[in-house]
Design a protein around this ligand. Structure first.
Ligand SMILES: C[S@@+](CC[C@H](N)C(=O)[O-])C[C@H]1O[C@@H](n2cnc3c(N)ncnc32)[C@H](O)[C@@H]1O
Length: 500
């Protein structure tokens, strides 16, 4: 812990990651599904994007690399994060992203804030429920000054009541961990070791919490830097959605939708009986609280708008019809069922198969997809099509459906490939920049490395040699199979997404 950290973990850097809820196209879709005018950027719009608590800035760089006309500003108070992000951005030749080292507690009152343009989109991922009240109030003051009318804000946080049964575990592992000297990651490891022991000794409060049980099962797979930033901060406190809404109202922000798009569909998130109970109320805060009792929402991703303009259903449908989407899977990978909060939902093959088939070679407009002669089913419900395909991460919105792969995005991706393979396991999911999508296409570190080698003219053997050199290979036969599948299955998808 450092004095300037105010109780936030500063002695170990955070992990590198991309979270699609931070993407303006997903944020805009959420607005439409929430019945609010979409701030969806046009292909040539000059968008101002602001990220608060950006960590290593991977997400900010992905967006800057995908959208050369955007101006991206990313803030973090950890100089190690900002130094790493600036270094990476310089190597990738990104000139449209600025990394600012500043404490959000006071940034709104600093001269440094003057350099931040009025933002069209703001994202705060992994910040709100991990920082003290003074930081939250600084954030609200900054948002009050910097979000343009009509602008949208993404905020993620650990939510109540879902976290209720494990709040005690959080406190326990932090206090026990702190009894040990050493860095926050070691303290987190010690804290979790003790929680595991106490759970083994049948401590009733741990035993009855499903969250604790599940967390303990997957603990070994989680990076220790992530665990330290997640659990070792003094101020960590899961919160109710209504309390976040009340705080953000101080910046004239109004809740409009969930950025996990599926959560905006009552039929996919709740049983008929639960929906009947929710429908007794109009107040979105009451409705969300009821929903939060019905589903397992540990991490909420919410979208707020400053000056939300309500639109009629036909206006929403017209905007959705106009959207282009790009497939994240091969057409033959279309699942026949998808996991939804309310249970498994069937995807009618007579409706979805022709649609994903038409998306095989690249993005298509939703209206064109719904007009395909082979499609059997409802052609007048673009919200359902977009909600299911994009919400289940089978597809991504495409801001520039006809754009060629851009040199800026490609350069960034190649730098990312070389950097990430030094620090992350090959299977780690990270995004890859795409000018055509205007956001990241989903890809694992291994896909980035494969892409980099293929652009050099290499093949499977070349990629294997590359991994062998870095000694990251434990099972060569398995890795060869994965590399082959990446070249044969993933690269065609990334080509269709305009990545290469
Ligand atoms: C969990 S990390 C999330 C990083 C990034 N958004 C991501 O998703 O990869 C939270 C970040 O907030 C930063 N942070 C915490 N308190 C802050 C403060 N008072 N001012 C600025 N940044 C802060 C931390 O340094 C850390 O990088």
């Amino acid at each position: 812990m450092t004095e300037w950290g105010g109780g936030y973990v500063t002695d170990i850097a955070y992990t590198t990651g991309w979270y699609r809820q931070q993407s303006p196209s997903i944020v805009s879709l959420a607005c439409l599904l929430g019945g609010v005018a979409s701030p969806m950027p046009g292909p040539d719009d000059e968008v101002n994007y602001l990220e608060l608590g950006c960590g290593h800035g991977y997400g900010a760089m992905l967006l800057a690399a995908s959208n050369p006309a955007w101006r991206v500003t990313a803030v973090d108070f950890n100089p190690a994060h900002i130094a790493a992000a600036r270094d990476w951005a310089a190597e990738a030749g990104l000139t449209n992203v600025t990394f600012l080292e500043a404490d959000l507690t006071t940034l709104a009152d600093d001269a440094a804030a003057r350099s931040i343009p009025e933002a069209d989109f703001v994202s705060m991922h992994g910040l709100w429920s991990w920082v003290p009240a003074a930081v939250k109030s600084g954030v609200v003051r900054l948002l009050r000054d910097k979000v343009r009318p009509g602008g949208a804000v993404h905020v993620s946080y650990n939510a109540l009541p879902a976290w209720g049964s494990a709040v005690g575990m959080g406190r326990l592992l932090r206090l026990v961990g702190r009894q040990h000297s050493g860095r926050s990651d070691r303290q987190a490891a010690e804290g979790f070791k003790f929680v595991r022991e106490l759970l083994g000794a049948e401590a009733v409060q741990l035993k009855r919490s499903q969250i604790v049980q599940v967390l303990m099962q997957k603990l070994d797979e989680l990076p220790i830097a992530y665990l330290a930033h997640e659990y070792m901060n003094d101020a960590w406190a899961p919160c109710f959605m209504a309390d976040v809404a009340e705080a953000l109202a101080g910046a004239k922000l109004e809740w409009v939708a969930a950025a996990n798009l599926i959560e905006n569909f009552a039929e996919l998130t709740m049983s008929e009986e639960q929906r009947a109970l929710v429908n007794r109320f109009d107040d979105p805060l009451v409705r969300e609280l009821i929903k939060d009792h019905c589903i397992d929402r540990l991490l909420r991703h919410d979208i707020y708008v400053r000056g939300a303009r309500r639109i009629a259903p036909h206006q929403r449908d017209a905007a959705l019809m106009d959207l282009s989407i790009s497939l994240n899977i091969r057409p033959n990978e279309l699942p026949l069922e998808a996991e939804m909060p309310a249970g498994r939902a069937e995807l009618n093959p007579k409706f979805y198969r022709p649609i994903v088939g038409a998306l095989a070679d690249g993005p298509r407009r939703v209206s064109d997809l719904l007009q395909l002669p082979e499609v059997e089913g409802k052609r007048d419900n673009p919200a359902e099509l977009v909600g299911i395909l994009v919400g289940s991460e089978l597809a991504e919105p495409a801001l520039r459906p006809d754009a060629a792969p851009s040199a800026a995005a490609q350069r960034f991706n190649r730098v990312a490939a070389r950097r990430l393979m030094q620090t992350e396991p090959p299977s780690r999911p990270v995004g890859v920049a795409s000018h055509r999508l205007g956001t990241a296409a989903p890809a694992a570190v291994l896909d980035l490395v494969v892409m980099d080698r293929v652009l050099e003219g290499g093949g499977v053997d070349d990629v294997m040699q590359f991994f062998n050199k870095t000694n990251t290979v434990s099972d060569e036969t398995r890795l060869r199979a994965i590399v082959t599948s990446s070249i044969e299955d993933r690269l065609p998808r990334l080509r269709a997404s305009g990545v290469l």
